[in-house]
Design a protein around this ligand. Structure first.
Ligand SMILES: CNc1nc2cc(C(N)=O)ccc2[nH]1
Length: 373
C-alpha cells in the first residue's frame, strides 16, 4: 500500500467529470457521495451496511467528536477508523460550520472561535491550529481547512471580509497541517454568490496549494437556482486536476445538477436524516411512508432497488414499523436512501465514462416526473 494521496481525472462529459481518488485506505470513485457519520456512526447503520450501499468514504464531524468522546480519547483508542470500525477513507470537516450553528456563547476573532459546548456548556477554542490538531488526532484521511461560512443573504462587504478571513485561516491551516504523506488537506473556496470574490478566493487558495478544493458557503438557504448559478462558474475557477468538493449538498436533483457543473464529491445528512423521519427517496420521487395510503400496499418501495428494505419488505410493513416507531424503520429507510443516493452516483459515473451524461440526466428527471410513487 503506497502512502500517497492522488486524484486521477479519467473522463469528462461537458463539465461533468469522473475519476478516482487514491488513498492509503482505499480508492474513492468520483463523483462520490459521502454519508455523514456525525458522532462516529452513520445513524441507524452498521458500518458494513454503509459499505454495502456503495459508499467508498464517509464524513466525520470534528465539532461533535471534539466535544464527545474527545479527539484525544479517540486517538488513545487507535483513531476514528478503528473506533468506529470503518477501514475505508474518512473526510472530517473542520468544525467551523457547526460551531456557528450548534454551539452557544460564541466569540469569533482573527484567532478563531471560542464557544461553549451545546452538550455541557464547557468552554472550547476552534482555530486553524486546534482544528488541524483535532483532525490529526482523529486520523482522518482528508482534512478540511478551518474557515468561516457566512449565512446568506449578506451584503457583499460582509461576504468579502469573511472570505478574506477564511483565506488567512487557510494559510494557517496549511502551516499547521504539516507534512503528512498519504493524508490530504482541502482548501475551501468562499465568496458567497459573487463571481469576483470566488475568483479571488480560488486564486488565494491556489497560491497556498492544496490536495483538493471545496466549494463552501453554499446550501445555506440560497435556494437551488442561486446555487446552480454559482456552480456555473465556481468549480471552473478551481484547479482542473484536483478533486472539487461541494459541502452540504443535497437533494438528489441538487446532486445531479452539481455533478453536471463539475463537482466531484458531496456530503449531506439528508438521506440518513430523512430515513429516520419516514421520507423515502425513489427514482419516481419522494414517498412519505407515514401516509395512510401505504397501510395496505403490498408493493416494495422500488422493485428495481437492491436494498434490503425493497427486497424483503412491503410498503405496508414499512408504514407499520414507522407508525409504531420501531427501530427497524430508521434502519431500513436509511439503508434504502443511502443505497438510492449511491446508485445515482454510480449511474452518473458510468454515464460520464460512456459520454451519455445528458441522456442519463434526462432519464433521471423523466423518472421523477412520471409519478406513480
Ligand atoms: C448543509 N449546508 C452546508 N453548507 C456548508 C458550508 C460549509 C463551509 N465550510 O462553507 C460547510 C458545511 C456546510 N453544510
Amino acid at each position: 500500500m503506497k502512502n500517497t494521496f492522488s486524484f486521477e481525472l479519467q473522463k469528462t462529459d461537458g463539465a461533468a467529470r469522473t475519476g478516482v481518488i487514491r488513498t492509503p485506505r482505499g480508492e474513492v470513485r468520483t463523483p462520490a457521495f459521502m454519508p455523514v457519520g456525525t458522532a462516529a456512526t452513520v445513524k441507524a447503520m452498521m458500518p458494513e451496511s454503509v459499505a454495502e450501499t456503495g459508499a467508498d468514504i464517509l464524513l466525520g464531524n470534528t465539532y461533535h467528536l471534539m466535544l464527545r468522546p474527545t479527539a484525544e480519547r479517540i486517538d488513545r483508542l487507535g483513531g476514528l477508523h478503528r473506533f468506529m470500525n470503518w477501514d475505508r477513507p474518512i473526510l472530517t470537516d473542520s468544525g467551523g460550520f457547526q460551531v456557528m450553528s450548534l454551539s452557544g456563547l460564541r466569540k469569533l476573532t482573527e484567532d478563531g472561535v471560542t464557544f461553549k459546548s451545546h452538550i455541557d456548556g464547557s468552554k472550547h477554542v476552534l482555530s486553524p491550529e486546534t482544528s488541524m490538531e483535532i483532525q490529526r488526532l482523529l486520523g482522518s484521511d482528508i482534512v478540511m481547512c478551518f474557515d468561516e461560512c457566512p449565512a446568506l443573504p449578506a451584503d457583499k462587504s460582509r461576504i468579502a471580509d469573511s472570505m478574506r478571513l477564511s483565506m488567512r485561516w487557510a494559510d494557517r491551516s496549511r502551516a499547521a497541517f504539516g507534512d503528512r504523506p498519504g493524508h490530504a488537506l482541502f482548501g475551501i473556496q468562499q465568496g458567497g454568490l459573487e463571481e469576483d470574490l470566488r475568483a479571488e478566493s480560488a486564486e488565494a487558495l491556489q497560491q497556498i496549494g492544496f490536495e483538493g478544493y471545496a466549494v463552501g458557503g453554499l446550501a445555506v438557504g440560497e435556494g437551488q437556482e442561486a446555487m446552480f448559478g454559482c456552480l456555473d462558474f465556481a468549480p471552473g475557477q478551481l484547479p482542473v486536476d484536483k478533486p472539487r468538493y461541494l459541502m452540504g449538498v443535497g437533494k438528489p436533483d441538487d446532486i445531479v445538477g452539481a455533478v453536471k457543473r463539475g463537482i466531484d464529491m458531496m456530503d449531506c445528512v439528508l438521506p440518513s436524516r430523512s430515513g429516520r423521519t419516514g421520507q423515502v427517496f425513489t427514482r419516481h420521487g419522494v414517498v412519505n411512508i407515514k401516509n395512510a395510503r401505504h397501510a395496505d400496499d403490498p408493493r416494495p418501495l422500488d422493485d428495481t432497488c437492491r436494498c434490503p428494505a425493497c427486497r424483503n419488505y412491503s410498503r405496508a410493513y414499512l408504514h407499520h414499523v414507522f407508525r409504531s416507531q420501531e427501530m427497524i424503520s430508521g434502519m431500513l429507510l436509511t439503508w434504502h436512501n443511502l443505497t438510492y443516493f449511491q446508485d445515482i452516483m454510480q449511474g452518473m459515473r458510468a454515464a460520464i465514462a460512456a459520454g451519455t451524461f445528458d441522456a442519463w440526466e434526462a432519464d433521471f428527471h423523466a423518472g421523477r416526473a412520471a409519478g406513480d410513487i
